[in-house]
Design a protein around this ligand. Sequence first.
Ligand SMILES: Nc1ncnc2c1ncn2[C@@H]1O[C@H](COP(=O)(O)OP(=O)(O)OP(=O)(O)O)[C@@H](O)[C@H]1O
Ligand SMILES: [Mg+2]
Length: 267
Amino acid sequence: MIRVRQLTKSYGSNMVLRGIDLDVPAGEFVVILGQSGAGKSTFLRCLNQLVTGDADELQVAGLDARQAKNKQQLRRQVAMIFQHHHLVPRLSVLKNVLTGRLGALSTLTSILQLFRSDDVALAHDCLNRVGLAEKADARSDSLSGGQMQRVGIARALAQCPQIILADEPVASLDPQSARKVLQCLRDVTHELGITVVCNLHQVEYAREFGDRIVGLAHGRLVFDSRDGALSDADLKRIYPEPEATTPTSPSFVPSPALIRTTAAGAV
Ligand SMILES: Nc1ncnc2c1ncn2[C@@H]1O[C@H](COP(=O)(O)OP(=O)(O)OP(=O)(O)O)[C@@H](O)[C@H]1O
Ligand SMILES: [Mg+2]
């Protein structure tokens, strides 16, 4: 479903991705770990061409993502979920889910928001899958943060994508809501055979929900495992001391104490 060879990306003199190779088969739930500035978001953005890197190969959902002519089809096949769900607050939950269909509609239809009955039925089905069927008519801003994020998942599902890229989807949620959202994302995507690449900061969630854990450090893929085991040495590789020459954003560098705490399950 995803095949990446020697993907590099620089911002000016800052080389953010330094030759990533990765193959992801259909239906796999891949969690990417790495400290702040490791290149996780940039990697996801390269996959759906929100930013353009250089690569020997960049196959995404059966498309050569490097070809500009494939951009629109790529956006249809690849849904994004972000830390902030970007729902339209005054619209109903159902209407927000229906916005996931907009990319598949003609311009006029999408401007007028003339949704077909089968689109509406699909949106209800997606809400049902994330356990929010009864909230269809509620205003989005009446939901909890975790519920909003599940609406975001339903909206992504309504796009009928082959791939979902999730960039820290639970970063602003309490542990209980975060687990519920990740479980929901994993379960529905497994049921539907959707491939997921999900950036996370919590090692314990990666162990709990990932079919596979990939570690990025300073723009390099330094860890890749499907057995869920992460030793202290693995964690040191994924969360190394900052390189003096590599600018990193200061927002989040887990301390060894936090890594031990999350590894013990108390997040
Ligand atoms: N649009 C941009 N312009 C310039 N530099 C950027 C841009 N986006 C990201 N960078 C830089 O690229 C590097 C990697 O950033 P990226 O956002 O991919 O890291 P990340 O692993 O997602 O970090 P975080 O965990 O904080 O979200 C950082 O040094 C960042 O400052
Ligand atoms: Mg990021």
